[in-house]
Design a protein around this ligand. Structure first.
Ligand code: ACO
Length: 429
């Protein structure tokens, strides 16, 4: 009997099976041979919300949630946040290796070359209502791109994939900034390609009447680091949505729209917005113990920005963001909600309710405080997450469409509805 295998006895039939184990997993499809009779469909694995199911083999991002480790292509997030730039990290995510100087310059130029969006996208954006949520505007505008770039449907074409990848990463910043300008009824600002990716993003967000926008270097670097931290996070809900939609060979803009929709929820990328609303609701540091008590009783909802499906330790990104916040607050002034957040963290980390459930601050706990200090309204927070996550989604997409093991995603269900019954005319019901 092979040692890397799992022996199963089906007590319904007394039959024995041996399933190979590879990479710490058994193949769910191997369970199908386990049947009670020839016409039995075979054993299914039931895994609501995919809590214990690997759906891909991926070489992009590694997370060890128990140890609080995050690496892109093997490089620790702490080193990338300290030494790298966002576009260098994007190159790494897409290509698997860090670029040399020439490769980086060429890639930066490529991204810069595509920062303009079609005027038709702009015109469409102007039709959104004045109070439209920016995340909905981003979703709609990115989806619209599928109508302008028909070649994007040719997902098996390597050259087309390369173009769509850079195009999406480049244009998402322009569209995101315009979502913000639209909420203010301000004129849209066109890209300034003298600036870095982060600097140009700030330009398109905040430039008023000055002929040339000069970003504050601390804020520009902070945005760049935040973008590095948010670039990818392996198979989360939105990456899974991206891959699932793309598994039908739909174009990447349609898949991106789905991923943005998934990210918009308060349990995912909408959490940093929910954190600020929670801190505003708490109002004062003195109210924190009462709020924590209510969270534990279940009368105040969850402690937003705490807990993570994968991290059962301090989220390494939250640690970096906490330090970054101090640098940003030196420029912007301290966000008054910070002291409430620090008190929440202090009390929660000493409280058995949170400790026993391994609930620690996640990436969203402090990022919203920084964004708010920079002047962003809370509705923009998930958009600020979606801009850098677009690079991760595109890396996951490229990996997925070229993976020969992947087919169209089609989960099974356990049917719990009625058995067959006859239609009853309406006057007899
Ligand atoms: N506050 C209070 N209790 C919590 C919290 C929280 N933030 N998170 C989990 N719990 C409790 C649950 O009530 C549950 O308790 P129980 O065992 O007594 O029923 C236990 O901890 C386990 O919770 P689950 O919901 O099973 O954990 P899951 O892995 O499904 O959820 C999630 C992870 C969605 C992130 C959750 O922790 C949460 O809702 N956090 C708040 C929202 C948030 O910050 N989301 C951002 C995540 S990071 C990101 O997407 C970028």
């Amino acid at each position: 009997m092979a040692s890397d295998s799992l022996s199963i006895t089906d007590n319904r039939t007394g039959k024995q099976y041996e399933l190979p184990i590879a990479d710490g997993s058994v193949r769910a499809a191997d369970l199908r041979q386990i049947k009670t009779s020839d016409d039995d469909f075979g054993l299914l694995s039931y895994d609501p919300s995919l809590l214990n199911t690997a759906t891909v083999r991926s070489a992009v991002t590694y997370i060890d949630g128990d140890a609080g480790i995050l690496r892109y292509r093997g490089y620790p997030i702490e080193q990338l946040a300290e030494h790298s730039t966002y576009l260098e990290v994007v190159y790494l995510l897409l290509n698997g290796e860090l670029p040399n100087k020439e490769q980086l310059l060429e890639f930066e130029e490529d991204v810069r070359f595509r920062t303009m969006v079609l005027e038709t996208v702009r015109e469409q954006m102007e039709t959104y209502r004045y109070d439209a949520h920016p995340m909905g505007m981003l979703l709609g505008s990115m989806a619209t791109m599928s109508t302008y770039y028909p070649a994007s449907r040719d997902v098996m074409d390597l050259e087309s994939r390369k173009i769509q990848t850079v195009r999406a990463i480049s244009k998402v910043a322009t569209v995101a900034a315009w979502c913000y300008r639209h909420t203010l009824s301000y004129p849209f600002i066109y890209p300034d390609n003298d600036l870095t990716y982060a600097g140009n993003f700030l330009n398109m967000l905040f430039r008023m009447v000055e002929p040339k926008y000069v970003p504050n270097p601390v804020i520009e670097r902070a945005i760049d680091v935040l973008f590095i931290l948010h670039a990818d996070h392996e198979q989360n809900a939105s990456a899974n949505a991206m891959r699932a939609i793309a598994s039908s060979q739909a174009d990447p803009y349609s898949a991106l729209a789905g991923a943005i929709g998934s990210l918009s929820g308060p349990l995912h990328g909408g959490a940093n917005e929910a954190v600020i609303r929670m801190l505003q609701f708490i109002g004062r540091k003195d109210n924190v113990p009462e709020f924590i008590k209510n969270v534990k009783d279940g009368t105040s909802g969850r402690l937003m920005g705490f807990g993570h499906r994968v991290y059962k330790n301090y989220d390494p990104r939250a640690r970096i963001i906490k330090t970054l916040a101090d640098q940003v607050f030196e420029v912007t002034g301290v966000n008054p909600l910070l002291e409430i957040a620090l008190e929440l963290e202090r009390i929660a980390l000493e409280d058995d309710f949170f400790v026993s459930r391994q609930l620690y601050p996640n990436v969203d706990f402090y990022s919203g405080l920084i964004y708010q200090a920079m002047g962003f309204p809370v509705e923009m927070f998930p958009v600020l997450f979606a801009v850098p996550r677009t690079s991760g989604w595109m890396a996951q997409w490229n990996e997925g469409v070229t993976d020969r093991e992947q087919r169209i995603v089609r989960p099974r269900q356990i049917y719990v509805g009625e058995g067959e019954r006859d239609y009853v005319p309406i006057n007899q019901r």
